[in-house]
Design a protein around this ligand. Structure first.
Ligand SMILES: [Zn+2]
Ligand SMILES: [Zn+2]
Length: 239
C-alpha cells in the first residue's frame, strides 16, 4: 500500500511539476519555463542596449551597422536568449536530438520574451519559418512549427503554418558571407495570405537568428503577399 502510494505520488509529481531541463531540479511553477531559477540565471543574457531591428547587443541604442546599411524587411526581432552555453545545448537537443517535448518549455520562454516586447497585443497570427522536406523527413518533426504552435497557444493567437512555402531547397549557408546570404535566399520562400490576413500584423517564428537572412526573406515574401507588418521571435540570437 505504501509502495502504491509512493508510485501514485511519483505519478502526480510527474504530472503537476516539471523538471528543469538542465539540472532536473523540480520546477514547481509550471509557468516558469524550461529551467529552474538557478540555471536560468546562468543563461547567456541579451542585456543592455540591443539593435532595435535584430537584437544584436550594441554600445549605442541605435540600429547596428548591418541594419543601417541594409535594413531588414521585418520590423524588429526578439530572442529568448543569446545563443550559447546551456541555451545552445537545449536548442540542439530540441532541433537535432529528437527532444520534441522541449517545445512546450521553449515556446513558453519565447512567449515571455514576446510579451515583454508587447507583441501579443499587436500580432494577429503566428507564422513558422517552413522547414525543408528533407530535414522534416530526417527529424520526423518540424521544430519551428512545433515551437510556433506552442508560442501561439501561450499567446492566445492562431498559428498559420500554411502561409509560407519554400520554393527550392536552400543552399547550405554556413560558409556564405552576410551579403551573399542576404542575396541568396530571396528566391527561397513564397507566401500566400487568405483575405482575412491582408494587412495583418504577423509574428514570424524561427529557432536561431544569425544574419537574419532567412527571417528577412520570409518577412519580405509575407509583406509582398499583403501582410501589414512582420515581427520576428527566435529562441536565440547568435552573436
Ligand atoms: Zn536547473
Ligand atoms: Zn541590427
Amino acid at each position: 500500500m505504501g509502495q502504491g502510494l509512493s508510485a501514485w505520488g511519483r505519478l502526480l509529481s510527474a504530472l503537476f511539476h516539471s523538471r528543469c531541463q538542465l539540472c532536473r531540479a523540480r520546477v514547481d511553477d509550471a509557468l516558469q519555463g524550461p529551467l529552474c531559477a538557478a540555471c536560468e540565471a546562468e543563461l547567456p543574457a541579451l542585456a543592455g542596449a540591443l539593435c532595435p531591428r535584430c537584437s544584436l547587443p550594441l554600445k549605442l541604442g541605435q540600429a547596428c551597422r548591418d541594419c543601417r546599411r541594409l535594413a531588414p524587411s521585418f520590423g524588429a526581432a526578439v530572442a529568448g536568449a543569446a545563443y550559447g552555453g546551456a541555451w545552445r545545448s537545449l536548442i540542439k537537443a530540441y532541433k537535432f536530438q529528437g527532444h520534441r517535448s522541449l517545445r512546450r518549455a521553449l515556446g513558453r520562454r519565447l512567449a515571455v520574451a514576446s510579451r515583454a516586447a508587447g507583441w501579443p497585443l499587436q500580432a494577429q497570427a503566428v507564422v513558422p519559418v517552413p522547414c525543408g522536406r528533407a530535414r522534416l523527413a530526417l527529424r520526423g518533426y518540424d521544430p519551428a512549427l512545433d515551437l510556433a504552435r506552442s508560442l501561439a497557444q501561450d499567446l492566445g493567437l492562431p498559428c498559420q503554418p500554411g502561409l509560407l512555402a519554400r520554393r527550392r531547397a536552400g543552399r547550405r549557408q554556413g560558409r556564405l558571407s552576410r551579403k551573399a546570404r542576404l542575396a541568396a535566399p530571396a528566391l527561397a520562400f513564397s507566401a500566400s495570405l487568405p483575405p482575412a490576413l491582408c494587412g495583418a500584423r504577423l509574428l514570424l517564428v524561427d529557432d536561431i537568428l544569425t544574419t537574419g537572412a532567412t527571417a528577412d526573406a520570409c518577412s519580405r515574401a509575407l509583406l509582398e503577399a499583403g501582410a501589414g507588418s512582420v515581427q520576428v521571435a527566435v529562441l536565440a540570437r547568435s552573436l
